[in-house]
Ligand binder design. Sequence first.
Ligand code: AMP
Ligand code: MG
Length: 321
Amino acid sequence: MSQVDRSHQIDHAVALLRAGELIGLPTETVYGLAADANNALAVKQIFLLKGRPADHPVIVHIADSDSLSDWAQIDTDQVWRLAEAFWPGPMTLVLPKQPEVDAGITAGQQTVAVRVPSHPVAQQVLHQFGGGVAAPSANRFGRISPTRAEHVRDEFGESIKLVLDGGGCEIGLESTILSLIEGPELLRPGSISKQQLETVLEEPVSFSNRLSQRAPGLLDRHYAPRTPAWLIAADDIAAQLVASDVTQKRVGLVQFSEIDFECTMVERLACAPAGYSQQLYAALRRLDSAGLDLIIVERPPVTPAWLAVNDRLSRATRPVV
Ligand code: AMP
Ligand code: MG
């Protein structure tokens, strides 16, 4: 796309936001379904279109940390150290909210989640728009987050007027969420690691209960394909296929190692976490639309480097031992 076309598109996007419309917005993590965060009706439209329950707060995106205090109360200089280190980038901070922040954004809580995305298109839109933009992932509630413009069109078709095409998302997984409400607490792992946060904070970061108390059977289905999906260690895949009598079925496989199985469809992803993350959601979407009976995901290593991937896979799949 030429510079002129791009700048027309940004103008159009900003005009739509000002008019209270929703747009598809590329970020470095995933594509967002974006609306003016100061327009309660527009924010409500996000929830309606996604089918998102009203008790799920949304993240406010801003152009730079200069406007952070419009949204959040900042009572520790840890905030500025984190902002300096990781913004623009895939870190979301949960902070005490300013009184005027709409309850629709915060789901009635006294906290607000804010992020400065680094994607050049998101940066242009946010700078030109000037205000905050509420933008959860541009998918129906519980489904796989979009990492390409066409994924957003597949989800919402004509119900949104514009999807800005910013290419494939560089990170491919949702942002790391850190709460600073009761000491630093990791609410969602992402590409910025717990250890990177601890280095900047110079204090330990705890895992939220939501992360540490997850047990099989209690998993919330989220980021999930419609096709049944099983998470299986490479060594167990062959035996499971036989034991479950799925050999006659149409099976898709997501793998990253050198394993070799007869499957209807194979998605071979990078063997390191960054590349794997970038490719995962697009691969799951391809498999999910292929009319398969089952998707098997090769279980990645359980190490800190794979924490965010394992978190998403634990919601997208059912563990099979
Ligand atoms: P997303 O689905 O990517 O828009 O991220 C939403 C997630 O951010 C929520 O599920 C919460 O974990 C977190 N979050 C957003 N807003 C708040 C808030 N006001 N207080 C606490 N956590 C929040
Ligand atoms: Mg989401």
